[in-house]
Design a binder for this molecule. Structure first.
Ligand SMILES: [Fe+2]
Ligand SMILES: [Fe+2]
Length: 248
């Protein structure tokens, strides 16, 4: 989903830049630069995926149309709220993956594992940026009750779209691997989904409460250690796991 959803975040943050004070504008610039690099790398990765599973091209096209439609038809305030809610989802995915990294990445391709861990680590790093942008754009508008409703609506829509496209993409790839009728694959996916849903829904609920700020979320220690390893790694593929622990 990254090559289609992240351009939407990048362009929304860019549109908001003229409304932001200088310190927040520099946070927003750093945020959109990180997301722009994520989407570039994931676009390359998706080419490998669509070569292997050609039916994913249709999924990509529909996803692209859905997010472009949102971008065209929704207000800047809604788009910023959508990005802020999506960042809480990305943070939740990062937490969930950190706690299960041994199971998720065991024997996985090292390049793909590195791509995902690098991305998740940066999602934790910028977990508050889109929220700050959203809050500032909303403050300009000065109608708090309405903005909370909009945030909840954007979150609901972001969640529905993610569920629909993740289920679609996963089904296409399972079919491509001839594992569509493989009970173990579905049981494993169901188990991961239920645990992830607890992580995700509790974080999203908390983020709807008055006074919430993403800084209140604890950063998994693993990613800080992993990024440090990544920056100092001399080989092209750094160690993906067994560095640090996830407790913070
Ligand atoms: Fe990202
Ligand atoms: Fe992000």
């Amino acid at each position: 989903m990254m090559p289609v959803i992240e351009p939407y975040f990048v362009r929304s943050a860019r549109r908001a830049l003229p409304l932001l004070p200088p310190d927040l504008a520099s946070t927003a610039r750093a945020y959109l630069e990180q997301e722009a690099e994520h989407l570039r790398q994931h676009r390359l990765f998706n080419r490998l995926l669509t070569d292997r599973y050609p039916a994913l091209r249709r999924t990509e096209r529909v996803m692209g149309s859905a997010y472009r439609w949102l971008e065209r038809t929704r207000s800047l305030e809604f788009s910023c709220a959508f990005a802020a809610a999506s960042e809480t989802m990305a943070y939740s995915a990062a937490r969930w993956a950190a706690e299960r990294r041994s199971e998720l990445f065991r024997d996985a391709d090292e390049v793909a594992s590195t791509l995902f861990l690098w991305h998740l680590a940066e999602e934790v790093e910028h977990k508050s940026a889109a929220f700050e942008i959203h809050r500032h754009v909303t403050d300009v508008e000065n109608r708090r009750a309405r903005s909370r409703l909009r945030f909840a609506a954007a979150m609901g829509l972001a969640l529905v779209l993610v569920v629909v496209f993740v289920v679609w993409g996963t089904t296409v790839m399972l079919a491509g691997e001839r594992r569509l009728h493989h009970p173990v694959a579905w049981i494993r996916l169901l188990r991961w989904s239920v645990v992830f849903a607890f992580e995700l829904l509790s974080n999203l609920t908390v983020s709807l409460l008055p006074g919430f700020h993403p800084d209140d979320f604890v950063d998994p220690m693993f990613y800080q250690v992993w990024l440090r390893e990544f920056d100092t790694a001399t080989s092209s593929i750094p160690i993906w796991a067994d560095v640090g622990d996830t407790t913070a």
